[in-house]
Ligand binder design. Structure first.
Ligand code: FAD
Length: 307
């Protein structure tokens, strides 16, 4: 059975906070594998992200904390990781993050960690330091001991089926992903994309390059022409002509939302048919659209009362 997981962002107002609590309750009821919470550039949302992650722990859902390292020293990044681990978070999405707008790599200090891979290593290091190796008996071999660490952390990383905007070639993106796995990442989540073949081709190329971890497709229901324009601006993805055409035929927000939902549902079905291990759904903090997709695909099997 394919897995599913969701992404949320920390609310920016009291009204948004109330709306998020309502969404959280609905999302938690369908028992996702995890829910990830974004992290504002340069740590701007640290407290708010942590509050949502703690809320997820209370609801009995595995929280995944996005962390960025651009601009941080080793000691700042280490302190941050310890703080999240102390709060009970055991899953991370390790990101480099973007340099402040208008700066180049050469003219400002962008922190001690040069890539997401180095952040993956640091998370493992901090985790191991907190949970030292312990000796365990080996079954069937009296007197023989084996060394074991405590809990295993999930460390996810980002992947870019259509290439990262700053990457020079597909090969560079594949090499970076491979390096992140070698550094200890055990899950990849993709940037949004609009055509199933973009994801499926990328996974084939990643496997050929030696990447073995799961690569979850990031699916975003885009429910209006305005939202689509904004997303293309932010991600640098090429405009999806067919979705643009379908949205442009409709003027009312409700019809545009229905078109966007159908498109995301078709895309999800196609990647699953092509072998995707699950779906990671970008929610914009709303439960309705993503739950409609999962229902349409028959993926909601559990409805439980939150803890
Ligand atoms: P890396 O893995 O280190 O690099 C990504 C790619 O860019 C690689 O292909 C690499 O080769 C290339 N590259 C990087 N730097 C350079 C360079 N200087 N020159 C040439 N090529 C380069 N951002 C946030 O601020 N907060 C979030 O919560 C957040 N969540 C995200 C979740 C997902 C699933 C994704 C896909 C992205 C998210 N981002 C978030 C955006 C992310 O911070 C940016 O994509 C950032 O530009 C790169 O981070 P990374 O971890 O992918 O970097």
């Amino acid at each position: 059975m394919p897995t599913f997981s969701f992404e949320l962002y920390p609310p920016r107002s009291a009204a948004a906070e109330l709306a998020l609590v309502d969404s959280l309750v609905h999302l938690a009821r369908v028992d996702p594998e995890f829910i990830s919470v974004t992290y504002g550039a340069n740590g701007s949302s640290r407290g708010a992200s942590l509050a949502v992650l703690k809320e997820l722990l209370v609801l009995g859902i595995q929280p995944m904390a996005h962390l960025t390292c651009v601009g941080s020293s080793y000691s700042e990044a280490t302190r941050l990781i310890r703080e999240f681990l102390d709060s009970g978070v055991r899953s991370f999405l390790a990101l480099r993050g973007d340099p402040p707008e208008g700066t180049s790599e050469d003219d400002v200090f962008l922190g001690d960690l040069r890539s997401a891979g180095e952040l993956v290593q640091l998370i493992h290091h901090v985790q191991a330091e907190r949970e030292p190796f312990s000796e365990q008996d080996v079954e069937g071999f009296p007197g023989v001991k084996r060394l074991r660490t405590g809990e295993r952390v999930t460390i996810a990383v980002a992947a870019f089926p259509n290439g990262h905007p700053r990457s020079r070639s597909v090969t560079q993106d594949l090499d970076t992903l491979l390096a992140k796995e070698a550094a200890g990442a055990n899950l990849a989540i993709t940037q949004l994309f609009f055509h199933a073949e973009d994801y499926l081709r990328f996974v084939d190329q990643a496997r050929a390059a030696g990447v073995t971890m799961r690569i979850l497709p990031g699916i975003m229901p885009v429910l209006s022409s305005r939202r689509l324009e904004r997303i293309l601006e932010l991600t640098g993805e090429a405009a999806p002509v067919e979705l643009q055409r379908r949205l442009s035929v409709h003027a009312s927000p409700a019809s545009q939302a229905a078109v966007g939902l159908d498109y995301a549902t078709e895309l999800s079905a196609e990647v699953l048919d092509g072998g995707a291990p699950g779906l990671h759904l970008y929610t914009f903090n709303r439960s309705g659209p993503v739950l409609a997709i999962l229902r349409e695909l028959g993926l909601i099997t559990t409805v439980r009362e939150p803890a």
